[in-house]
Design a protein around this ligand. Structure first.
Ligand code: BGC
Length: 462
């Protein structure tokens, strides 16, 4: 049951990746029917991150009030409506509204899906299961890149003229419906049920998740006693201001700041342009290399899922920051000295950059944000982390073209490299090792007032 739950919740990740990437490949076709000036076009593209930012800021309240499952159902409905609306537009303003709706769905789901998985997963494989969400994002991105490849490979194919973009948008409704249908069969998060005082329902839900034959007493008792200890304490957004909870807020928001400022979406959104800057001027080479990036991103995320619960969060984060910092610097140096460094070095470095990201800085902020907040502040805490994710995503995507035109690629990538170096220090001084600890044990450590980063690994009993 838990695998089914993770797979269904991860559909939200697929839609996140698909809706992020699809606009890049649909845009040239769309422009034939609805020409847009740069400002309108930019706003239309940015409508998704904007909607996501708005939804992420209220998602914590929504999931705490109505439950994880119902919040995801609302997101699934929004995904379906937004996709169909985008497919059927007769004016540009309608597309902007449709993309705002899609953004709202993404923002709500981006907080709720990892939370729902984390609260329902058994400790031993929690990291791997939450990472399926990130895996699904990478599948969505690759799916949208592949659509681009299918269209570019033969400019004469008939669908290029026939409003093919409508079908591309409409396809997003399918996973939306599947997502909704799957949720109907899933139980609510046991921890949320306990939070709301439905202990009997929580026990039934936990038993369904673990299977009828598995003993759940120990796990259930731990959940209940932690929830009891929290009674009477502040909850919701107010709780985030407490000095004891602040370290978790810093880790959640800080990791997403670092994830975005590592430059990932400069690469994901602008890969063809980066290859162009690096001297690869054939469009097919650029798109092929872009598909290569999407593939490396996906495959390495699978490896990360295997490693996260084995070698732990902190070592993987450090590995990721070292790798991204070194590769960004290599690309910057190669761009500065084109005569000394052959241009294939840039492609290899970019692939290694993506691999370093995907093994670590991609999945881990999602995993950690679902683990570090105490139950009473988990929804709002994850909202804060997601605001950081979408806010800095928007900043990087919006400023990257300006940075390219101004200080240039080498300067920008050096800046990303320095920020990744900062990520190493941040990990060492701020990030706790949550591997092997139950969510309740992490909460106890936070409450103890000891430095958050002093939590060390515990190997769970098999
Ligand atoms: C990030 C996205 C990014 C994606 C790339 C996610 O973890 O939040 O902004 O596009 O990884 O795989």
């Amino acid at each position: 049951m838990i695998y089914f739950l993770a797979a269904i919740a991860a559909i939200a990740g697929f839609l996140f990746g698909y809706d992020e990437g699809i606009i890049a490949v649909a845009r040239p076709l769309l422009d034939k029917d609805f020409p847009m000036d740069p400002l309108v076009g930019g706003f239309m593209t940015a409508a998704v991150p904007l909607g996501a930012l708005v939804a992420a800021s209220i998602a914590g309240r929504i999931t705490d009030r109505f439950g994880r499952r119902r919040a995801l159902m609302a997101a699934a409905a929004l995904f379906t409506v937004g996709s169909l609306m985008a497919a059927g537009i007769t004016a540009v303003w309608m597309l902007i509204v449709a993309r705002l709706i899609l953004g709202l769905a993404i923002g709500l789901a981006a907080v709720t899906a990892p939370l729902y998985i984390s609260e329902s997963a058994p400790l031993r494989i929690r990291g791997a299961l939450v990472s399926t969400y990130q895996l699904a994002i990478t599948v969505g991105i690759l799916a949208s890149y592949l659509t681009g490849l299918a269209i570019d490979s033969d400019a004469d194919i008939p669908w290029n003229d026939d409003g093919m973009w409508r079908l591309m948008f409409a396809l997003g409704a399918l996973p939306g419906v599947l997502f909704f249908a799957g949720l109907v069969f899933l139980p609510e998060s046991p921890r949320w049920l306990i939070l709301k005082g439905f202990a009997a329902e929580a026990r039934t839900s936990l038993q369904r998740l673990r299977g009828a034959a598995s003993p759940v007493e120990g796990e259930f008792d731990e959940m209940v006693s932690t929830a009891r200890a929290e009674v009477g304490k502040k909850s919701g957004y107010k709780a985030l201001l407490e000095p004891k909870i602040r370290p978790a807020v810093i880790v959640g928001a800080g990791l997403f700041f670092l994830q975005q400022l590592s430059g990932i979406n400069a690469v994901i959104y602008y890969a063809p342009e980066i290859f162009n800057h690096a001297g690869f001027d054939s469009t097919s080479t650029q798109i092929l290399a872009t598909v290569g990036i999407g593939t490396v991103n996906l495959l390495t995320t699978i490896l990360a899922m295997y490693l996260i619960d084995k070698i732990g969060r902190r070592p993987l984060l450090i590995l990721g920051f070292v790798g991204t910092s070194a590769t960004m610097l290599t690309i910057a140096l190669a761009v500065i000295n084109p005569t000394l460094v052959p241009s294939w070095v840039i492609i290899v470095a970019l692939m290694l950059y993506i691999a370093s990201f995907a093994i670590s800085i991609g999945p881990l902020p999602h995993v950690l944000m679902s683990e570090i907040f105490p139950l009473r502040a988990r929804g709002p805490g994850m909202s804060m982390a997601s605001i950081s994710n979408w806010g800095f995503n928007f900043v990087v995507v919006f400023t990257f073209p300006l940075m390219l035109a101004g200080p240039g690629l080498a300067f920008t990538f050096t800046l990303f490299s320095v920020i990744c170096l900062g990520g190493i220090i941040f990990t060492l001084t701020r990030v706790p090792e949550t591997t092997g600890h139950s969510l309740e044990a992490i909460e106890d450590h936070l409450n103890s007032g000891k430095p958050f980063a002093s939590l060390r690994r515990e190997v769970p009993a098999e």
